[in-house]
Design a binder for this molecule. Structure first.
Ligand code: ADP
Ligand code: ZN
Length: 722
C-alpha cells in the first residue's frame, strides 16, 4: 500500500505530495512520521492506494504512525486546496490550520488520573487500622473517588493497604480537561414572534448565506442557539463564532447550560491541555458544537448543519498572519461543502456585507426592535467645544457628570468608554516639541504611570520616563491626551465613594484576566467600568443604565477609509450596553464635532441612512466594496535587501498595470507609515484595484520576491495601514 503525504514544512520548495509505502494501519487523515531529506519529520496523510506514481524501489516506507484516530476530516483536503490557491500558501500551511498547534508541536498529550473504586467493602480490618476504616467508609458512601483526593485526606498508605487486601481497585482514566463542565441547566426562552419569524425566514429561504441585522438587544443570541439546537436535533453539527472578546463568562455559562457536553469551546483563554481535549471531543464526535473565535472555523466537525458568525463586522475575523484568510470566505466554503446555512449577524453589519444583502446575494433579516420593545437608550450629545469655552478642561462634560451621579444614586452601573489606553498618549517637550518615540518602531511612546515608564505598543519595548528632554535638555515635559488611568483618577476625585474597575490591555494580562474583571463587574462588585475597545462588545450587564463615550470622534480622525464605518459601529455597540434589562438606558456622547454626519446617524440609530450615505461616498471615491485595496508588504532587517525587493515587486506590478490599465485606480511604492517594527524595515507597494481579477497574479509576485532575507506578503483591504 502507498500513502500520499504532505510533509509539515510550510515552504514553497516542498509544496508537493510525496509518496511512501505503508501498511494498512495508515489511514487518510492520519499524522505520520516520514523520512525526508535525511531527517524524520511529521506529515499528514491525504490519500492512500495500491498504486504509486514513482518506481517502487525509490519509495521509502512511512517511519511511524501516530497512535491516535485520524486527525483530519475529509473536508480538510478540499479546503486545503482552496486556501492554498486563494492565499498562495503551501498546502502544509493550509493543513496546519486544521490541527491545534499544541498537537503539532507535541507539547500536550492526553492527561490521566487515578481513581480508587470500592470492590469489596466487607473485609475485616484490625481495630488499629483506623485510616483504612475511614477510607472504606468514605468509599462506601461514594462508590469511588479520585486517588489524589483520598491520599490527601487519609494518606496513600491506607489506600495501598486496602488495594493489597483486594477491597479497593485503582484504575487509570483519561482526564477530560473540559472547561464547560459543571453545568447548570437552562430552558430555551419562548421565542418572540420576531425571533420565530427570523428563524422561519432562514429555514425557508433557498439562499445559503443569511445576514441578520438586529439592533443591540434584539435577541439574536436566542436565534443562534435555536438554529444550533435544530441542527443538532437533525443529527448534524454546528460552528458558532464570536469575537474573542465576546467569549465572556456569561456567554460561556449560557452555552454550557443550554448544550452541556455537546458544546466544545476553543479559545485562547484555555490552557493548552484544555484546548487539546476540547478539540478531540469535537473530532471524536462526543461534542457537536464548536464555539470559539476566528480559528474555530477550522473545527474538526463533519456533517455541519449550521455555521454562525456573530458580530460579523468585527475586524478580528480577518487573520493578521499567513494565511491572511477571511473567516467569512472560509465559512462560505464550508457551508457550500456541507450544503448548510451560514448565518451572519450584527447590529452594525459591515458595508460590504450589507451591500451583498441589499443586492440579493445574502438573505437579509431585519430585527428593528429590542426584546419586549425595550427602548434603545437615549443618546445625549455633549459638545466639548462649548465645555472648553465654559472653562471645563476636565475629561467629563457637565451632562456626563450629572448622569453619572444620577446613576450612582439609583444604585445602577455605568460604563465609561474611551478609545485609548495608558495614562496618557504621548510625552512632549514643551520647549522644543520633541516627542518620545520607540527606537525599533518609529512610533510614539505611551506613558504608563503605574510603572513610571514609556512603552511602545507595537513591540512592547520599555523606556525610562524622561526627566529632561534628550534634544534640548528642557525640563518642561508634559503628557498629552487622556488615557484610561487618568480617567479613573478623575472619576475617583468626582465620586470618591464609587467603586471603579479599569479594563484595557494593561489590566487584562494572563489567561483569564478580562474574565475576572467582567465577572466582578457583572456581580456588581463595582459601580463604574472604565475601558477601551474591549468593553464595546457583546456583554450583557443588566444593571448598566449609563454609558459615557468620552471621545466619540477620536476614531473619525484615523487615516482610514473605514473610519466613518468604525465610528458608527463603535458608538452603536457601546451604546448597546446601556439599558438592556430593567430601567431605560442613557448614553452621553462627548464630541468636538457634533455636526458630523456619522455621529448624527449613529445617535438616531439610523443604520440604513448611514449605509446609503457611506455607499455613495465609497462609490464616488473608488473605495471598497467598489474597489479592492491591496498592499504588498516588503519587510526585512536588511534595508538594502528590502529596497531591492520593493523595486522588483513594484516593477512587476507596473507591468501588470501596463497590460491591464483599466484594473488599476492607484499604484505606488513607499515606506510603510511605521517604518520599522521589531527591527524590521517595512516598505510597501500600495494599490487600489477595480476588481479582484489580478489578485492571484499579485500573490505570485509577492511569493516570487520572498527570499531567505526578505519577506513579501499581500494584504487585501487591510484592517489598518500602519
Ligand atoms: P443581541 O444579541 O441581539 O444584542 P441578546 O441575545 O443579548 O441580544 O438579547 C437581549 C436580551 O433579551 C437578553 O437579556 C436575553 O436574555 C433577552 N431575551 C432574548 N430572547 C428572549 C425571549 N424570547 N424572551 C425573553 N427574553 C429574551
Ligand atoms: Zn517599538
Amino acid at each position: 500500500m502507498y500513502a500520499s503525504v504532505i510533509v509539515d514544512i510550510a515552504h514553497s520548495s516542498v509544496d508537493k505530495i510525496f509518496e511512501y509505502s505503508c501498511t494498512d494501519e495508515v489511514k487518510v487523515g492520519c499524522r505520520v512520521k516520514v523520512p525526508f531529506g535525511g531527517r524524520i519529520i511529521d506529515g499528514f496523510v491525504i490519500g492512500t492506494g495500491e498504486e504509486c506514481s514513482v518506481p517502487p524501489q525509490k519509495v521509502k516506507p512511512v517511519y511511524s504512525v501516530y497512535a491516535e484516530p485520524p486527525a483530519l476530516v475529509g473536508e480538510c483536503f478540499s479546503l486545503m486546496e482552496l486556501i492554498s490557491l486563494r492565499y498562495r500558501v503551501p498546502k502544509a500551511a493550509a493543513l496546519r490550520l486544521f490541527v491545534p498547534s499544541e498537537m503539532r508541536l507535541g507539547k500536550v498529550h492526553e492527561a490521566y488520573y487515578n481513581v480508587a473504586a470500592l470492590i469489596n467493602g466487607d473485609i475485616a480490618l484490625p481495630a488499629s487500622a483506623k485510616k483504612q476504616a475511614q477510607v472504606l467508609q468514605y468509599l462506601k458512601e461514594r462508590g469511588e473517588c479520585e486517588l489524589s483526593v483520598l491520599a490527601e485526606k487519609f494518606g496513600r498508605n491506607a489506600v495501598n493497604s486496602l488495594r493489597d487486601k483486594g477491597a479497593v481497585a485503582i484504575e487509570k482514566r483519561q482526564k477530560k480537561r473540559n472547561p464547560l463542565s459543571g453545568a447548570e441547566s437552562d430552558v430555551p426562552k419562548t421565542l418572540t414572534p420576531a425571533q420565530s419569524a427570523a428563524i422561519e425566514n432562514i429555514e425557508n429561504s433557498n439562499k445559503q448565506i443569511h445576514l441578520i441585522h438586529g439592533v443591540t438587544g434584539s435577541g439574536k443570541t436566542e436565534i443562534y442557539l435555536n438554529i444550533i439546537a435544530r441542527a443538532i436535533a437533525c443529527g448534524k453539527t454546528a460552528i458558532f463564532l464570536v469575537p474573542e472578546i465576546s467569549l465572556t463568562p456569561q456567554m460561556l455559562a449560557q452555552l454550557r447550560a443550554r448544550f452541556k457536553g455537546e458544546a466544545a469551546i476553543l479559545h485562547s483563554g484555555l490552557s493548552a491541555g484544555e484546548r487539546f481535549d476540547e478539540w478531540w471531543r469535537l473530532r471524536s464526535g462526543e461534542a457537536k458544537i464548536a464555539v470559539g473565535a476566528r480559528s474555530a472555523i477550522f473545527a474538526p466537525l463533519e456533517n455541519l448543519g449550521a455555521i454562525i458568525i456573530d458580530e460579523e463586522h468585527d475586524s478580528s475575523y480577518v487573520s493578521e498572519s499567513a494565511p491572511r484568510y477571511s473567516t467569512v470566505d472560509i465559512a462560505a466554503w464550508r457551508a457550500k461543502y456541507n450544503d448548510c446555512k451560514l448565518i451572519l449577524g450584527s447590529a452594525t453589519p459591515s458595508v460590504e456585507s450589507y451591500l451583498k444583502a441589499t443586492e440579493g446575494e445574502y438573505n437579509l433579516i431585519t430585527l428593528p426592535e429590542r426584546i419586549n420593545k425595550r427602548p434603545l437608550p437615549e443618546i445625549i450629545i455633549a459638545d466639548m467645544r462649548k465645555e472648553v469655552r465654559r472653562g471645563n478642561n476636565s475629561a467629563f462634560s457637565a451632562a456626563l457628570r450629572e448622569q453619572l451621579s444620577l446613576t450612582l444614586e439609583s444604585g445602577n452601573q455605568a460604563i465609561i468608554f474611551l478609545n485609548r489606553r495608558g495614562y496618557s498618549q504621548t510625552v512632549i517637550c514643551r520647549d522644543c516639541g520633541y516627542v518620545a518615540k520607540c527606537r525599533n518602531c518609529d512610533v510614539t511612546l505611551t506613558y504608563h504611570s503605574d510603572e513610571n515608564a514609556l512603552k511602545c505598543h507595537y513591540c512592547g519595548a520599555r523606556y525610562r520616563m524622561l526627566e529632561a528632554c534628550p534634544e534640548c535638555g528642557g525640563r518642561h515635559i508634559i503628557y498629552s491626551g487622556t488615557g484610561t488611568q487618568r480617567v479613573v483618577a478623575g472619576l475617583k476625585e468626582l465620586f470618591p465613594a464609587a467603586r471603579i474597575l479599569r479594563m484595557d490591555n494593561d489590566t487584562v494580562s494572563g489567561k483569564d484576566g478580562h474574565y475576572k474583571i467582567l465577572s466582578e463587574f457583572a456581580s456588581h462588585k463595582a459601580d463604574i467600568l472604565v475601558g477601551t475597545q474591549m468593553i464595546a462588545k457583546g456583554h450583557d450587564f443588566p444593571a448598566v443604565t449609563l454609558v459615557g463615550i468620552l471621545d466619540a470622534d477620536m476614531s473619525l480622525h484615523f487615516a482610514d477609509y473605514r473610519s466613518g464605518e468604525r465610528t458608527f459601529q463603535l458608538i452603536t455597540q457601546v451604546s448597546g450596553r446601556s439599558g438592556r434589562a430593567g430601567a431605560p438606558g442613557k448614553v452621553v456622547l462627548q464630541t468636538y464635532s457634533p455636526e458630523n454626519y456619522i455621529l448624527r446617524y449613529a445617535t438616531a440609530y439610523n443604520y440604513t441612512g448611514f449605509f446609503e450615505n457611506e455607499k455613495e461616498i465609497r462609490k464616488a471615491t473608488n473605495f471598497p466594496p467598489y474597489a479592492i485595496i491591496c498592499r504588498v508588504m516588503v519587510t526585512s532587517e536588511d534595508e538594502q535587501g528590502a529596497l531591492a525587493a520593493l523595486k522588483e515587486v513594484y516593477f512587476a506590478c507596473e507591468e501588470l498595470k501596463a497590460t491591464y490599465p483599466a484594473e488599476f485606480i492607484f499604484l505606488n511604492r513607499m515606506h510603510s507609515p511605521i517604518k520599522r517594527i521589531q527591527g524590521k524595515h517595512r516598505f510597501q507597494v500600495l494599490m487600489r484595484l477595480k476588481t479582484g481579477r489580478l489578485l492571484p497574479r499579485i500573490y505570485d509576485i509577492a511569493v516570487n520576491n520572498t527570499s531567505a532575507n526578505v519577506l513579501c506578503y499581500v494584504e487585501e483591504n487591510p484592517g489598518n495601514l500602519s
